[in-house]
Ligand binder design. Structure first.
Ligand code: GDP
Length: 459
């Protein structure tokens, strides 16, 4: 089960629970069992899942909750908190400082994406003004040095390695010394990986670590590793002082639950995720926005960043106000589509908007989604905007686009819109269905305090 599906399953379980008239022990248990099943299918370690279930039950004591308490919200918040808890070991990873030399050592199994990730990490910091350098202490895999050299050259990052020296400790020490002299502030050491855990690999890693005294050891893990994640991460942690985790290949169809297990095993946070083979397919990992996205709650902090980048300053408060009112009209949908088409890269923005991510815009199908949005907008252009009013209240005039009552879009209106834009009736109906789906999600945000950047407590 990929993470998007996991998110979908958890959201569905919570949804089913909220559809129940009374939330009693049975409804809560059904919901938690459903969530447990989804997490296990995503390769999250059994013990973690069991602990999570016990914790939620402890927090959500149905008998203690006074009548009138919003039990659904409390349970949803408990699930959110527990998932965050698993992913947040409570101790931030070491962050390199500009102008002060830091040594960062990368470890992981062969094929996990270690070498690729070293360059991505270097490139990410280079863009932020650091002076990184790469050292290839992988003397086991033929071609490892060439690969690192090629990547480093492309990113214009200095590198060090040898075709003839077979002692990884020596190369690592020489490389680190050299780049210290050259005043590089981020020296990244790539070490050998093997197919499976081997005593020799761990001994070699331990020696490189002892000789170079890294400020941070990063464990690189392929997201498809499955249930083996916990044991493997723990084995690495027992040999070298792992202080952070990077999960790679999150773009694939892998089960991503191993990431949660790796955090638990190493007691170290995930700091980045790899989302593709290219140098810039690399994202900073933040627990709360990630879990928010996973639960279909949207990534407010990322969304706010994007809004601030693209939506003109004077329009921002209005948009946020509309969001918190929870009154989602077709016009708001139209305006959001306009923003989204402007914002790009469309995929990133979409995945941050509550409800927009999975159904409307599956990852990897951005082009099709863009076409679909444009088609929806053409249909909405055929709706009444000014003049041709369809509802007159005593003081207020409401047009089709400004209505938030989908029931008012009756058959004759749908036929007129279809004729107006030259599209089949079923396309108009599809667009209205999409509107209804989004309106339902957004209505839940009514009264919600839109968090400021970095503050997710309102979720
Ligand atoms: P190493 O043996 O651990 O050093 O692994 P490599 O860096 O050589 O990577 C192994 C393969 O995984 C290569 O084909 C990489 O291009 C690919 N790879 C690495 N990271 C990612 C990622 O985030 N997404 C995808 N799709 N492929 C990746």
């Amino acid at each position: 089960m990929v993470l998007a599906q996991l998110g979908g399953s958890i959201t569905r379980a919570l949804q089913q629970m909220s559809n129940a008239t009374i939330i009693d022990e049975k409804v809560l248990n059904d919901c938690l069992n459903e969530i447990t099943r989804a997490l296990l299918q995503s390769d999250v370690q059994f013990k973690l899942v069991r602990d999570m279930q016990t914790n939620i039950k402890k927090i959500v004591n149905l008998d203690d909750l006074a009548a009138g308490h919003n039990k659904r919200k409390i349970i949803q918040q408990a699930v959110f908190n527990e998932l965050c808890q698993i992913l947040d070991p409570g101790k931030p990873a070491f962050t390199p400082k500009k102008g002060k030399t830091s040594v960062v050592m990368f470890v992981g199994l062969q094929g996990s994406g270690k070498t690729t990730t070293c360059t991505k990490y270097a490139f990410h910091h280079q863009k932020k003004g650091y002076k990184p350098a790469l050292v290839c202490a992988d003397t086991f895999r033929a071609g490892a040095f060439d690969q690192l050299k090629q990547n480093a050259t492309k990113a214009k990052i200095p590198f060090y390695g040898s075709y003839t020296e077979s002692d990884p400790v020596r190369i690592a020490v020489e490389g680190v010394e050299r780049f210290k002299k050259e005043n590089c502030d981020l020296i990244i050491v790539d070490t050998s990986g093997r197919h499976k855990q081997e005593v020799a690999l761990f001994e070699e890693m331990r020696q490189v670590s002892e000789a170079t005294k890294p400020d941070l050891v990063i464990f690189v893990m392929d997201s498809s590793i499955g249930q083996a994640a916990f044991d493997q991460a723990q084995a690495f942690k027992q040999s070298v002082p792992v202080g952070a985790v990077i999960v790679t290949k999150m773009d694939g169809h892998a089960k991503g639950g191993g990431a949660l297990s790796a955090v638990a095993a190493t007691k170290s946070p995930v700091i980045f995720i790899g989302t593709g083979e290219h140098m810039d397919e690399f994202e900073v990992f933040d627990v709360k926005p990630f879990v928010s996205r996973l639960l279909g709650m949207g990534d407010w902090s990322g969304f706010m960043d994007k809004i601030q980048e693209v939506v003109p300053m004077d329009q921002q408060p209005e948009l946020l106000q509309k969001l918190s009112e929870g009154n989602f009209t077709l016009r708001i949908m139209y305006e959001q589509f306009q923003n989204i088409l402007k914002m790009g890269p469309i995929g990133q923005v979409f995945s941050m908007l509550p409800g927009f991510s999975q159904e409307l815009m599956p990852k990897g199908r951005e082009k099709e989604s863009q076409t679909k949005i444009k088609r929806y907008m053409t249909m909405m252009d055929s709706m009444t905007n000014e003049g041709n009013l369809f509802l007159k209240l005593t003081t207020k005039v409401i047009t089709e686009l400004d209505s938030s009552n989908p029931k008012l879009m009756n058959e004759s209106r749908i036929m007129r819109i279809a004729r107006g834009c030259g599209r089949p009736i079923r396309d108009v109906m599809e667009m209205l269905e999409e509107y209804k789906r989004l309106a339902k999600i957004w209505s839940k945000m009514k009264g919600l305090k839109i968090p400021k950047k970095g503050d997710m407590s309102a979720l």
